[in-house]
Design a protein around this ligand. Structure first.
Ligand SMILES: [Cu+2]
Length: 155
């Protein structure tokens, strides 16, 4: 039995790339180190993947906290400070990690409902128009392990 000719024509272009659709931008490994003090910001971490096209992260919003800012911890002349960042390039086929000691989210006023659920949804706003909804796991201070100096953003 022969495959219809039209199927063969459709399949040919797909064979040129590993898969039919371009790899999308996505975010994973999102978690929040809950501050032990409600009046102090909590820190958020994640890994953003650029997919085939790459894009730029413009900001993060959530319904489960008062405010989310993007920060970077920088060491200058032996001093560790934080700087606000407006956007971050997520390169094509690359990834950018927001991780302890580097880029991080500062999250003010985490909602009690989110804390009792142990997670909260974050919305990542990308320059290409994507809005990526990602559940971030909330780790309470006692569960996050003893913070090391290099591990703790200078709040
Ligand atoms: Cu910060």
């Amino acid at each position: 039995m022969r495959a219809p000719f039209s199927l063969f024509v459709l399949a040919a272009p797909l064979a040129l790339s590993a898969c039919g659709d371009p790899a999308p931008t996505y975010v994973d490994q999102a978690w929040i180190r809950l501050s032990p003090n409600k009046d102090m910001p909590s820190a958020g971490y994640f890994v953003a993947h650029g997919g085939d096209a790459g894009t730029q992260l413009r900001g993060v919003i959530t319904d489960y906290a008062l405010k989310v800012d993007m920060h970077e911890t920088v060491s200058k002349d032996g001093m560790t400070t934080m700087e606000a960042i407006d956007s971050v390039d997520i390169p094509a086929r690359g990834k950018v990690a927001f991780a302890p000691g580097g880029k991080h989210l500062m999250i003010l006023g985490v909602n009690d409902t989110a804390i009792s659920r142990g997670k909260m949804q974050l919305t990542f706003l990308m320059a290409n128009g994507d809005r990526l909804l990602v559940d971030a796991v909330i780790r309470k201070p006692e569960a996050a392990g003893a913070p090391k100096a290099a591990d703790t953003p200078a709040h």
